[in-house]
Design a binder for this molecule. Sequence first.
Ligand code: NAP
Length: 302
Amino acid sequence: MVGKGLGAWLLLPLQLVCLVAKALVGALLPSKLRDLSGDSVLITGGGRGIGRYLAREFAKRGARKVILWGRTEKCLKETTEEIRAMGTECHYFICDVGNREEVYQQAKAVREKVGDITILVNNAAVVHGKSLMESDDDALLKSQHINTLGQFWTTKAFLPRMLELQKGHIVCLNSVLALSAIPGVIDYCTSKASSFAFMESLTLGLLDCPGVNATTVLPFHTSTEMFQGMRIRFPNLFPPLKPETVARRTVEAVRQNQAFLLLPWTMHILIILKSILPQAALEEIHKFSGSYTCMNTFKGRT
Ligand SMILES: NC(=O)c1ccc[n+]([C@@H]2O[C@H](COP(=O)([O-])OP(=O)(O)OC[C@H]3O[C@@H](n4cnc5c(N)ncnc54)[C@H](OP(=O)(O)O)[C@@H]3O)[C@@H](O)[C@H]2O)c1
């Protein structure tokens, strides 16, 4: 019995070395990509911003159906027409993901009108853009309802059928701010950190569910309307990502079944520094890079 336990302890480091080597080789060699031709993809916040680019990218990569959720009909309609013109079946539904009843109701409507969803992309989010004391309570609640709890409801609505079919993927457009928060957007950072914990827990919980997986994408600042007005101290050193790049890398990560993706890769350095440097040193980095004050000119996007 003791020998068996000891064997397992000795085996673990070997297994870890093999898995790290496999991941390194996998990152260098072209890997087999998931065929999307049997997939119906639902994107929350799919009418504009990164969501719109995701819709284009999924359609371009051969998804069978694309379904868009959002609150603003005009941009949902425009994106739907664009995706249809690409030759992909596309539908939109008005749905506020922060409203639980509406999510369950619209999920039912999607199943009746379009059929099963096999890829759910939780992309919708808002940012209030004020400090804690300047924010009114309802605005603080709103970002938690949309950015975090919204994912509880959408996932609860679509995951059970994915588990039955043994085919599914839950995707979360998170943010690097989930792992390294800044002042001035306290509501957003809190909601993204909590959404990251949700995805970590979900990803591990899906380990024994064949055919169903999860991907969390953590991008750096991206040039959409979301953070318009934010002041960057070194824009040439830290240029914003393009939304099309975020969309392309997200779809690639889904097709490669990659669990977590930090964009750009240099953000790994920030995360490593965060875990080893003393707080005073981190504060100097924040002051120097301007992330300490970059939100002073920012008005929020709700
Ligand atoms: N832009 C960045 O710098 C950046 C960086 C890292 C991560 N991200 C993440 O990437 C995702 C997309 O951001 P983005 O840059 O595309 O932002 P965006 O341009 O402001 O778009 C936000 C999207 O979310 C939708 N949305 C907001 N509230 C909603 C609600 N209650 N119900 C349904 N849909 C809702 C909006 O559509 P309606 O207004 O029509 O509802 C819109 O389609 C977000 O999760 C964001 O946190 C963005």
